[in-house]
Design a protein around this ligand. Sequence first.
Ligand SMILES: C[S@@+](CC[C@H](N)C(=O)[O-])C[C@H]1O[C@@H](n2cnc3c(N)ncnc32)[C@H](O)[C@@H]1O
Length: 309
Amino acid sequence: MLVRIGEFRALHLAQLDKRARKFPWGEVLRPDIPVRVEATCRKSRIYHAGAAAQRIERALGEELGAPISKDAAIVVKLRIEDDLAVISLDSSGESLHKRGHKEAVAKAPMRETMAAAFLRECGYDGREPVFDPMCGSGTFVIEAAEIAAGLMPGRSRRFAFEDFASFKPDAWAAMKAASNPVAPAQRFTGADRDQGAIRMSIANADRAGVAEWCDFAQGQVTDAVPPQGPPGLVIINPPYGARIGNKGPLFGLHAAMGEALRSRFKGWRVGIVTSEPALAKATGLPFREPGPYVAHGGLKIRLYQTGPL
Ligand SMILES: C[S@@+](CC[C@H](N)C(=O)[O-])C[C@H]1O[C@@H](n2cnc3c(N)ncnc32)[C@H](O)[C@@H]1O
């Protein structure tokens, strides 16, 4: 997440240099924390991004006194467009999908942020049980359990903004303390044909602090039976060719998966995230109009969801 901290016009490098030196860096950045600068130029008289970045770095080094380091965790972004220099800070640091507890990842893992967004797109509010019969490293199951438990995403990690001069530790601590986690009444279940994926899911759920509400077991999607209790949401990110193996056999797998769900999961809703409309269709499930496209590992994926079966 970028925080825009200011902008000024810069028609040439000397002007960029002068205005960068006057910029109130000390209001947001600390002189004791290393920084680095990334620059882009578009439709502007200043067209050399490297030279522009170097002017900002010099101002930061000489006016603020901050060390410049190519490995710095704090990133100042300069974007010059139509001769307007816009300065932003990356407030996140490490990508936001890195919640701070997933170490083990299976093949083609889904990002936690994306899994949470697809659950939300399914209308998931934390009150239903959730089952992912192709759970990989357990992302959907764990995110759903966290939502149901009221656990804050990112609670186990640091953010770059914690090193800003403008950071208010007390306000941040109060915000974190205001969360009110509860033990969910329902279960979160994952299965996968790969025993290694099951091991990873268990380890990831444990690190995320949701293991006591989750069950993971090895199994084929075609043998899946509904977990005990009321119906809820089945959510699946099946393999889809371009990422794992070839597409041909996937049609049979999707047809068999759809048949298993249609015959055994009465009352459950189904969400399938895939890049392949034909594979979604092969399930024979009564999908609504699919959701918007989302970029994922060089593909465009989208959510196909049903009402209660
Ligand atoms: C795209 S990955 C799912 C990734 C997962 N959403 C995650 O975040 O890690 C697809 C998963 O389906 C599993 N799988 C493939 N065929 C299966 C089958 N017939 N039955 C059960 N699982 C299967 C694979 O082992 C793989 O973990």
